[in-house]
Design a protein around this ligand. Structure first.
Ligand code: AMP
Ligand code: GLY
Length: 417
């Protein structure tokens, strides 16, 4: 079997690594992939530009299945185009991808189907939004409705901060068109959980829970990032939380998807806030999380490809996913300065000396085939062990062995207070 994976991050390296373990997989093309997929078993990196080139490549190489790593191509409609060409692809069509591509649409969907979420208002005009800001309690959260690489959310403690955030999004357009519509919502306090899940349109099966660490600095300080590390399972995701999630969020989501005709074979990722008032849905994503995937797939005992195939065949109802009875800890090694500006092009050493697995995120090969830094989030080091403490220890030991100029990582991933 031949597979194509789109994307270039640590998530895509982790997906490729998982799929390569299936004996029926002969080849995995990664477009564009990175230095990690370059060296991964059965993998080959390919450069393809635009959806049309993806379609031609898949036809030319007789690729059996395409897996879309990140949201941009889904929102652009890659699934619709592949399906028109009778090509197998795992992920939602353009309409389904709106659950991630438009926060305004997603919030309206949640409201319509009684899914527990923060109270909100949507605005297309800056003046109307500013009027609204005058008579509300703070803090509040302002979100660019469109895709903004996880950066389009600002927590505002007072009206001045809120006006500034609005102007940046709606007038200065710092997130481009993504900020021409905005959502203002109630601030929720609690613990976050990432619940990735797989669906075939009839059933949604949640994966093992994960916890991301979104802020750049220790103690959850600093700017929001794509994620600086993850652990799985999430210690705050108790049985009681799980029951509330299924009742208040998962079941009504499935019902809503069926009613709105947005059922698909793919991933739904629920971003949860566990509060004293119950479990709230912050957002949907329609692809795997990065770096959640790196922890979650390391704990998956079942064969991931078989699971994807069951979803494509609408046979998830009878599936029971098996998980290792272990804990995972993934720490992101970043370029100093990320998520603001940073330097790149530095040689990375020590990757082959570690105990765990190193997924490569922002690194490429230079002309000597040395691995050099090329992005903000550079490496994702993961270990699994019988306890979270042990998994943390192993991962931080591994990190000591890896070196590159300007390396930066959080020291408190998985430290539960
Ligand atoms: P989102 O892209 O909607 O998941 O938001 C990014 C991050 O902003 C989340 O992971 C939370 O840390 C934070 N956030 C989003 N919405 C809220 C909210 N209503 N209350 C508190 N924090 C939030
Ligand atoms: N780590 C959060 C995300 O992938 O959206």
């Amino acid at each position: 079997m031949k597979i194509l994976i789109t994307g270039s991050g640590g998530r895509e390296h982790a997906i490729a690594f998982s799929l390569s373990k299936n004996e029926y997989v002969e080849k995995i093309y990664c477009a564009p992939g990175n230095a990690g997929t370059y060296y991964e078993n059965k993998c080959e990196n390919v450069k393809l530009n635009g959806i049309d080139e993806f379609v031609s490549f898949v036809k030319e190489k007789n690729i059996d299945l395409t897996i879309v790593g990140s949201e941009d191509l889904l929102v652009e409609g890659i699934v619709d185009i592949f399906q028109k060409n009778n090509l197998k692809i795992f992920g939602p069509n353009k309409k389904g991808a709106m659950l991630e591509g438009s926060k305004a649409y997603a919030k309206d969907f949640m409201k319509k189907y009684g899914i527990k979420t923060a109270l909100y208002q949507t605005f297309n005009e800056c003046n109307k939004a500013k009027e609204y800001l005058k008579n509300i309690d703070y803090p509040i959260v302002i979100k660019a409705s469109g895709l903004a690489l996880g950066k389009g959310v600002v927590i505002c403690n007072n009206i001045n901060e809120a006006n500034k955030a609005l102007e940046e999004m709606m007038i200065k357009k710092v997130f481009g068109e993504a900020g021409s519509e905005i959502v203002i919502e109630e601030f929720l306090e609690g613990y976050e959980a990432s619940i990735l899940s797989i669906t075939d349109g009839e059933t949604i099966i949640p994966f093992i829970s994960a916890k991301d660490h979104k802020k750049a600095l220790d103690n959850d300080e600093g700017l929001n990032t794509g994620g600086m590390g993850t652990i799985a399972p999430n210690p705050y995701y108790t049985k009681e939380v799980e029951d509330l999630f299924i009742k208040d969020i998962l079941n009504p989501t499935l019902q809503g998807m069926k009613k709105e005709n947005i059922s698909f074979a793919g991933i739904i990722f629920f971003g949860l806030m566990i509060t004293k008032k119950g479990v709230y849905l912050l957002e949907y994503n329609v692809r795997m999380g990065d770096p959640e995937t790196q922890s979650v797939l390391m704990l998956m005992e079942s064969d991931y490809l078989s699971l994807i195939e069951s979803a494509m065949d609408k046979k998830l109802k009878d599936i029971n996913i098996k998980w290792k009875d272990k804990h995972a800890c993934c720490v992101v090694m970043a370029s100093g300065g990320y998520p603001s500006s940073y330097n790149k092009g530095y040689k990375i050493t020590g990757i082959n000396d570690i105990n765990g697995k190193c997924f490569i995120a922002g690194a490429k090969l230079d002309e000597n085939k040395d691995i050099i830094t090329s992005g903000g989030r550079v490496l994702n080091v993961v270990n699994i062990a019988d306890s979270l403490e042990e998994a943390r220890k192993l991962t931080y030991n591994d990190i000591e062995k890896i070196d590159f100029k300007d390396k930066y990582f959080r020291k408190d991933i998985g430290l539960i207070k």
